[in-house]
Ligand binder design. Structure first.
Ligand code: GLU
Length: 317
């Protein structure tokens, strides 16, 4: 990204694991790409633990992820934990609410599904804005239903276009496909969209590198980013969505495809260099021979990665 004065903006990237399970070949491949995109241009890299998803978060998974990444040779310049940042998310919602850009909603999931004309599998849930302008504040909503949620007031014209570094040109009419999307499930909570978007803005992230399962979540994040920045105008941000690693059945890598957890390889005596070398080869970087992450940094920056999903046939490397 070149700034108006011709200077290249410093790159700021992030690794943002959720502690919902052990790191495996799939998420480590995405982290490796994120790491190399930052380090091969001399950029900064942040580590952000996204631990707000309580029912799904697993005890010990956050520490295990740090340990695995450290063993593989990753490093970062600063570390953040989302559960320690709740006050910021709440302040952001209050601010959006004060500006008429967020509102409490008492619709249940069933109400929303009912309002939806023809839901297709995998489609995001459309919310038509039934509770818009209905309640003066949270307490008024909570008197109608004990557990309201916060929603973003999507502008009536909200066609978002961006060019993904991997997927290319993307466009979504957020107003017509998603409508007013949720920001938080309770008064002081923060959902993934709000927390990640606010953090990317607050932490000065210039490029988001993550799995392509989040490509569809991006237009809403771009809209929310603009709203959060308000009059300050959001600095540009780029997105690079990495095709997922899948099993032979085409489904996202999971236990049934074999034990591809980093901890399992370590326990079996496989070296970090072997794992990194094999993952790098799936990107077209090298012949699969063992290599340290730091050596790959010295060989970059790298050309584009393959646009196809990577198929892992089993746990053996
Ligand atoms: N924490 C999310 C995950 O592990 C990634 C979020 C993001 O990169 O925006 O799926």
């Amino acid at each position: 990204m070149t700034a108006a004065n011709g200077e290249r903006e410093p790159y700021v990237g992030r690794l943002a694991p959720s502690p919902t399970g052990a790191l495996h070949l799939g998420n480590v491949r995405t982290f490796m790409i994120a790491y190399l995109r930052a380090r091969t241009v001399g950029g900064r890299l942040l580590f952000r633990m996204e631990d707000l998803d309580h029912p799904r978060d697993k005890p010990g998974a956050a520490d295990a992820a740090r340990r695995d990444l450290d063993w593989l040779g990753f490093d970062w310049d600063a570390e953040f934990v989302q559960s320690e940042r709740r006050a910021r998310y709440r302040a952001a919602i209050d601010d959006l609410h004060a500006r008429g850009l967020a509102y409490p909603c008492v619709c249940t999931r069933r109400d929303v599904e009912h309002a939806q004309s023809a839901p297709h599998e995998g489609e995001q849930l459309f919310y038509p804005g039934t509770c818009r302008g209905r309640f003066a504040d949270w307490d008024a909503a909570a008197r109608v239903r004990p557990q309201p949620c916060w929603r973003f007031r999507t502008p009536d014209e909200a066609v978002v276009s961006f060019t993904d570094g991997c997927a290319g040109a993307c466009t979504q009419d957020v107003a017509r496909t998603l409508g007013d999307f949720p920001l938080a499930r309770d008064r002081d909570g923060a959902g993934y969209t709000l927390a990640a978007t606010l953090d990317d803005l607050a932490m000065g992230v210039t490029e988001v590198v993550r799995g392509d399962d989040l490509l569809a979540a991006t237009p809403a994040q771009i809209l929310l980013r603009r709203a959060l920045a308000g009059a300050r105008a959001a600095p540009p941000i780029r997105f690079f969505h990495v095709p997922l690693v899948v099993g032979p059945d085409g489904k996202r890598l999971a236990k049934r495809h074999g034990d591809t957890r980093i901890a399992a390889y370590r326990a079996a005596g496989v070296s970090a260099e072997t794992i990194i070398g094999r993952l790098a080869a799936t990107c077209g970087w090298g012949d699969g021979a063992p290599v340290r992450l730091a050596e790959l940094v010295a060989r970059g920056p790298f050309a584009a990665i393959p646009k196809e999903r990577v198929v892992v046939k089993g746990a053996s490397l």
